[in-house]
Ligand binder design. Structure first.
Ligand SMILES: Nc1ncnc2c1ncn2[C@@H]1O[C@H](COP(=O)(O)OP(=O)(O)OP(=O)(O)O)[C@@H](O)[C@H]1O
Ligand SMILES: [Mg+2]
Length: 262
């Protein structure tokens, strides 16, 4: 039976969809059958982020309306054959779906996959509640900024009202150079404030959008961070990527200085 994990946040644009995409690719690479369900209805972009938009024929609303079978709506990733996406629709007004309807679809997916990653919209409105309803576990994504941490705190307290087995935190877009010089919040402070289990730390990486589209990670630090995240999701290894490591010591100071100049 599949693990059903929602990837959510309070603040928008913190990297939920990007993490869904790369975590999905990594879990598929490890041999698991993975489906990412795009529940950001109306503002969805998972297909675009993964470079699969041209392959989308049907979406979750078509499945619910009976316009196609579930299998027909799933889009297989060309590079990771055990990774699929269930796309969402752009036309929110015409395509209202309830959490119960979406749950029937996700229940059917649970038989055929090891992981169901649910890409949630930001905020705590109806779209968020619908996405969380489908899951048994939740990953809250935040960036190391006060506004994002405060929103994550609110979301975590709302998630406590749901019947979830576990709640985790992933901190994304960490500037290792700023961590090394204590110019940004560090992970321990964030975890102490939010009182939640840390599952991953992901560095800021300029070229990430392009890499998701071609299904290839050419940044060593990003690849390592996602690999540790995937291992932690699967085995609970508790290994967290150290985003500031390469900015410490003699060579680290040089790297920091170069990064500041560019
Ligand atoms: N680690 C990272 N380093 C640099 N840029 C990143 C990183 N993660 C995500 N981004 C960029 O941040 C932007 C927002 O990412 P994404 O769409 O994944 O966020 P989101 O939380 O899903 O947004 P929304 O709330 O609108 O659904 C994108 O341009 C993405 O490429
Ligand atoms: Mg998104």
């Amino acid at each position: 039976m599949a693990r059903r994990i929602v990837i959510t946040s309070g603040k928008g644009g913190v990297g939920k969809t990007t993490i869904c995409a790369f975590l999905g690719m990594k879990l598929a690479d490890l041999g698991f059958r993975v489906v990412i369900v795009d529940m950001d209805i109306g503002l969805n972009n998972l297909d675009v982020v993964l470079g699969l938009d041209s392959k989308v024929c049907f979406d979750i609303v078509d499945v619910i309306a009976g316009n196609c079978r579930l299998k027909q709506a799933l889009v297989q990733h060309p590079k990771y054959p055990s990774l699929y996406i269930l796309p969402s629709t752009h036309s929110y007004d015409e395509a209202y779906i309830t959490k119960e309807q979406a749950n029937v679809v996700v229940d059917s997916l649970a038989q055929s996959f090891d992981y169901i990653l649910i890409d949630s919209p930001a905020g705590v409105e109806e779209g968020f509640r619908r996405a969380v309803y489908l899951a048994r576990e939740a990953i809250v994504v935040a960036t190391p900024h006060i506004s994002s941490i405060r929103d994550a705190d609110k979301v975590l307290s709302i998630l406590s009202r749901y019947d979830l087995l576990s709640k985790y935190l992933v901190v994304n877009r960490i500037r290792g150079d700023l961590v090394a010089t204590s110019e940004t919040l560090d992970l321990d402070e964030i975890v102490r404030f939010l009182r939640v289990k840390l599952l991953g730390a992901i560095p800021e990486e300029d070229e990430i959008a392009k890499q998701a589209e071609i299904g290839y990670m050419n940044s060593h630090s990003y690849t390592r961070a996602i690999s540790l995240l995937a291992e932690n999701v699967h085995n609970g290894t508790r290994k967290i990527y150290d985003c500031s490591q390469k900015y410490r010591g003699f060579w680290g100071i040089l790297r920091r200085n170069i990064k500041r100049r560019i």
